[in-house]
Design a protein around this ligand. Structure first.
Ligand SMILES: [Zn+2]
Ligand SMILES: [Zn+2]
Length: 261
């Protein structure tokens, strides 16, 4: 098993995108007034679908998408024409639809966007999603002090993303969302997807030559979770990066028949 199944070139691009997202997050932190009424939020639903006002301002999102496009162009100059085509044709009105469809992870919409513009099928959705993450992360910061009170089954309590990555921190399991980077302690020894707490139906797969991570699998729902021991990594990496660096675990889990289907 080769742990480096994600091409180094792609990881370098992703790290550059994450740096840009961090810059955007810091630049926007004082520009966005989320005004979330925390006391009104239900604790059994993710925060994002409960907000009455979009946490993503159109103008700033448009800037974020353009910045991510520039980072991609810097690393992949062969995509310059396609990126410029998107930048030149993306209207303010369309930006609002992009936000909505990116939040809903509507792949069909973005495939149509690619077709309409004559660009690579993956590119509009990738741009739309990466442009969204700084805002998801700002929203997560805003509710960080109450997120531990939430009890949402199967998804991130902040943005609603399905669970993929957990971190072992001092032996305790914390779920960490690769989309909004929310980190929250898991209360129970139970499957994070379906709540199954029968120990004989929950077990781990260890992967050869990988000391720092393992796969938690559930026989009840056939889903899995990648668990990374951060103390063995000697680095506190964002969940988005860990998710990519552990893509070999996804292959193993899926080969073994665990993918929630
Ligand atoms: Zn999230
Ligand atoms: Zn389960």
């Amino acid at each position: 098993m080769n742990p480096n199944v994600v091409a180094e070139e792609y990881l370098i691009l992703q790290r550059a995108i994450m740096d840009a997202q961090k810059e955007l997050t810091e630049a926007y932190v004082n520009e966005i007034d989320l005004d979330i009424k925390k006391q009104d939020l239900k604790r059994e639903l993710p925060v994002l679908p409960q907000l009455t006002q979009s946490p993503v301002p159109g103008v700033l999102y448009h800037q974020a998408v353009e910045k991510i496009a520039d980072v991609i162009e810097e690393h992949q100059p062969d995509l310059a024409d396609e990126l410029n085509k998107i930048k030149a044709t993306l209207t303010e009105e369309e930006v609002m639809t992009w936000i909505k469809e990116a939040v809903m992870f509507d792949e069909f919409y973005f495939k149509q966007q690619a077709k309409d513009r004559g660009v690579s099928e993956w590119l509009p959705h990738f741009l739309a999603e990466q442009g969204l993450r700084p805002f998801m992360q700002l929203m997560a910061r805003e509710v960080a002090d109450i997120i531990q009170e939430f009890d949402v089954m199967g998804t991130c309590p902040c943005c609603g993303e399905p669970h993929r990555v957990a971190k072992l921190i001092k032996g305790e399991k914390h779920l960490n969302c690769p989309r909004c980077e929310t980190l929250w302690k898991q209360k129970r020894l139970a499957c994070v997807h379906c709540g199954n707490d029968k120990h004989e139906k929950l077990f781990y797969i260890n992967v050869k030559d990988d000391e720092s991570s393992k796969i938690e699998v559930c026989e009840s729902c056939k889903n899995y979770l990648k668990v990374v021991d951060t103390e063995k990594l000697f680095a506190n990496k964002p969940a988005a990066l860990l998710d990519l660096e552990t893509i070999h675990l996804d292959f193993v889990a899926q080969e073994e028949g665990y993918d929630g289907q």
